[in-house]
Design a protein around this ligand. Structure first.
Ligand code: DGY
Length: 317
C-alpha cells in the first residue's frame, strides 16, 4: 500500500521541481479542461491530499470542490488572485506561495520595461534590423524620454513596489506612490489620489495585487491624467488596467507609451497593440530568470514538506 501523500500537479513544472516532488510524493497530473479532466477528478479527486498549482493557474472553487480530502495547496508564484482563498480558508486548507524570492527580478523587469519604452529600445532594434539606419545626419530615429531624474509614480507599495522604488535612487528619480493607506516606514511621498499621482508621473509603474478590488484601477481618467508626457508600465496583473481604454489612449497618442508584462486575458494580447510603436510587450516574464524560478521551486517544496512533517508552512498566504 502506498503511504506517501498523493499530490495533484495542475501544470507542467520545472524539471528540478518535478523531480523533487516525485522523490517525496505520489504525483498525479491534472488533465486539460474537458471530459478527460472531469473523469479524472471523479475517479481520483477523493484520494488527493495536496495541490501544486501556480499564480497563473490558481485553484477555482470548482476544482477545490472536486478535491474533498484536500489538505494543503502549494502555489508557484506570489499572485493569489486566481486562488479561491475564501473556499480554502473555509475548509482550513493552508495555502503556500513564493513571496520575496522574486522581488528583485520583478523590479529589474519593471526597470527594463521602463527603459525600453522611455528610450525606445525595441523600436531602435526594429529600426536597425530593417536597415533603416542611414549614414546621413541627423538620425531620423525619434527621440526618447530621459529616465535619469524623471518622476516615478508607483501604484502599490508592497514588497516589490519598495524594491522598484529603491532601484529608482540609482537613476536619481523622485518617487511617489499610491496605495490605499500610507506605508509607515518609508520616506517616499504617499499620494492618496491616483489621478494626481498619474498627473505628476513621467513613468507610472503598476505593481499592486490583482483581483476584484483593483480591477480597472488604471482607467480612462488615470490615463488622461498621465497624458502624453507619461509612460505606463504594468508588471502587476492585466486586470488592473482597463485594456480597452489603454488601447484607445495609445492609438490616440494621449499617453507617451506603455510597456506591458501582463494582460487582461492571457495569453490573449489585443492585436491593436501589435502595430503601435509606443508599446513594448512581453509574455508575463517578470519572475522568469533561472535563479528566481529555482528559488520559487524550492519554496514550493519547502511549503509541502513542512506541511506533511506537521509544521507551519514557511510561506503561508
Ligand atoms: C506571480 O508570481 O504572481 C508573478 O506574476 C509571476 O511572474
Amino acid at each position: 500500500m502506498n503511504s506517501r501523500p498523493v499530490l495533484l500537479q495542475a501544470l507542467p513544472l520545472l524539471p528540478w521541481l518535478e523531480r523533487q516532488l516525485a522523490e517525496r510524493y505520489t504525483v498525479q497530473r491534472l488533465p486539460a479542461p474537458g471530459p478527460e479532466r472531469e473523469a479524472f477528478l471523479r475517479e481520483h479527486g477523493a484520494g488527493l491530499e495536496g495541490l501544486v498549482t501556480s499564480a497563473a493557474h490558481g485553484a477555482s472553487a470548482a476544482l477545490l470542490q472536486a478535491l474533498p480530502r484536500l489538505r494543503v495547496i502549494s502555489s508557484f508564484g506570489v499572485g493569489l488572485d486566481q486562488l479561491d482563498l475564501a473556499a480554502a480558508a473555509q475548509r482550513s486548507i493552508p495555502v503556500g506561495y513564493t513571496p520575496d524570492v522574486l522581488n528583485d527580478c520583478v523590479a529589474d523587469l519593471a526597470f527594463g520595461l521602463l527603459l525600453a519604452v522611455g528610450r525606445r529600445i525595441p523600436e531602435g532594434d526594429r529600426f536597425v534590423r530593417a536597415s533603416r539606419w542611414s549614414a546621413q545626419p541627423p538620425t531620423p530615429f525619434p527621440l526618447g524620454r530621459r529616465v535619469s531624474g524623471a518622476k516615478l509614480g508607483i501604484v502599490g507599495l508592497g514588497r516589490i513596489g519598495r524594491t522598484i522604488a529603491k532601484r529608482a535612487s540609482g537613476f536619481d528619480m523622485e518617487v511617489r506612490y499610491h496605495s490605499r493607506r500610507p506605508v509607515e516606514d518609508v520616506a517616499w511621498q504617499h499620494e492618496p489620489q491616483l489621478p494626481e499621482l498619474a498627473r505628476w508621473s513621467d513613468f507610472l509603474v503598476v505593481i499592486t495585487a490583482g483581483g476584484p478590488e483593483t480591477r480597472h484601477l488604471i482607467d480612462e481618467a488615470v490615463l488622461e491624467a498621465l497624458g502624453p508626457k507619461g509612460f505606463l508600465v504594468n508588471v502587476a496583473r492585466g486586470t488592473v488596467v482597463d485594456e480597452k481604454a489603454l488601447v484607445r489612449a495609445l492609438q490616440g497618442k494621449r499617453i507617451g507609451g506603455a510597456a506591458l508584462d501582463v494582460f487582461e486575458r492571457e495569453p490573449h494580447v489585443p492585436p491593436e497593440l501589435f502595430t503601435l510603436d509606443n508599446v513594448v510587450l512581453v509574455p508575463h516574464i517578470a519572475s522568469a530568470t533561472v535563479q528566481t524560478r529555482e528559488a520559487m521551486a524550492q519554496r514550493v517544496v519547502d511549503n509541502l514538506d513542512a506541511f506533511f512533517a506537521g509544521r507551519e508552512l514557511p510561506s503561508a498566504a
